[in-house]
Ligand binder design. Sequence first.
Ligand code: ADP
Ligand code: MG
Length: 546
Amino acid sequence: AAMVKETIRVYARVKPLGRRQQAAIYSVDNDGTALSSLEIVMPRELADGFVNNKRESYKFKFQKIFDQEEKQDVVFDSIAKPVAECVLAGYNGTIFAYGQTGSGKTFTITGGAERYSDRGIIPRTLSYVFNKLQKDSSKVYTTHVSYLEIYNECGYDLLDPRHEASRLEDLPKVTIMEDADQNIHLKNLSLQQASNEEEALNLLFLGDTNRMIAETPMNQASSRSHCIFTLHISSKEPGSATLRRSKLHLVDLAGSERVAKTGVGGHLLTEAKYINLSLHYLEQVIIALAEKNRSHIPYRNSMMTSVLRDSLGGNCMTTMIATLSIDKRNIEESISTCRFAQRVALIKNEAVLNEEIDPRLLIVQLQKEIQELKDELALLTGKQITSELSQEELLQLDELIETFLEDNDPDSTLDVGADTRKIKYCFVRVKQLMKHSTMSDKKLLSQHISEEKDSNKEAAEEELKKLKELLQQRDNEINILVNMLKKEKKKSQDALFQLNAASAGSTSLEQSLPLHLEESQSPSCCLKEEKDSRSPVHSLPFLSRQ
Ligand code: ADP
Ligand code: MG
């Protein structure tokens, strides 16, 4: 299968500042080389809190940085469109947003509700994908949507219709199952069919509504939960047995804010801990993946890392968006988000084309291919090839074999044409004949070998003898006829000679004589051509009757 090996692409997006916010000192360098760089300057008073306070400026590399004024369509075009293309081609894809609460993760992934132009990556991707699928009539597509929320290590199906009536805790929990091939399956997560953009959007809205219902002011679920919207696409060319399946995960992670460990003054950035435990496990997985020669990756530690297992260091084209809320108070969080992003950028994924063969379809396909080959063969040979050779054909072959075996000319060949059934038959027949001849040799030495066994063979020999006699008889007949014709020719030549002598006229009669009997000196060789109706010799038996 086709395989694409590449590192996870990491982008940064800076949220516009609010009216009362004060911008931190940062600069974006987007032009020049393949990567862009973001520089964040730590103000003196903050840097003073560090053990090593000489570092004031932090530089981070990104695939591209979207500064405050960049709009949703631009973000979609450069981040999501390439991933959507991969998913359409049969690869898995993931886009995840990482950043502190309020930095623009949900705005980037889902979008803002106020303006249509604020639509985020999910609705734009759905629109793009369904538009592409509709235009492509070369394949049959099936599309499904699932929407999973992970809160406190528990999974919830956001598309579960019972959501509205029940509390989050009362809903059936989505659990992880692992099969023998270590593939992850999610129990209790529904896959809803969505045949077009509208159906998929309705499911997205349903999920987002359920997401808000679960949220109360006391329980800031949205900042503590991870939401994974997944589009499942399977495609098949008509008549093909190959099925392609791909998944596109669009992930809105929990807020990445950390709390400083109390009592450890100074080591603010390095010692801070995530509020969200599963982000801690995510970071551990990222660290393990970024390290060379690490054989064990702790995916199993949390539900989120298990679900995203393929997206991190696996079979997936993965993109991360680091969202930054770059006002003065958020400098530490912004720096730690960027640090996390730099580690993620080191991870290599191997995206493999997800193809599988449907055995039932394969059989149908092979049967069709056999019929096509048969038809082609029939066209080439001018004969309808059945699996069995006819009785007539077998007799003809026997004849050919015999002629071949009896021919002492070392250059003689046995030509049965390009028909494997005939070639096979000839080999079998020659083998039989060889066995028979060695058998009869043995018989001479040891007469006691049971006679009944050979009764069939004897009948065949009897038949052969008869045929040989018949052949001899025909040869004789032909010889007689040839002689007769020669005499006739002589007579007519004599008559001509006399005619010519009488009136020195034309020789046209001589030329029009069609018989070239001299060429047919061996009558038995003529027999071979008897099948050919155009052969002049064919009319000989008819002549003899005359
Ligand atoms: P998060 O999901 O990371 O907690 P949100 O996406 O909810 O953050 O963003 C917080 C607020 O900022 C929301 O009101 C959102 O509409 C607004 N916002 C975020 N990013 C942008 C942006 N690029 N342009 C305009 N408004 C934004
Ligand atoms: Mg959010």
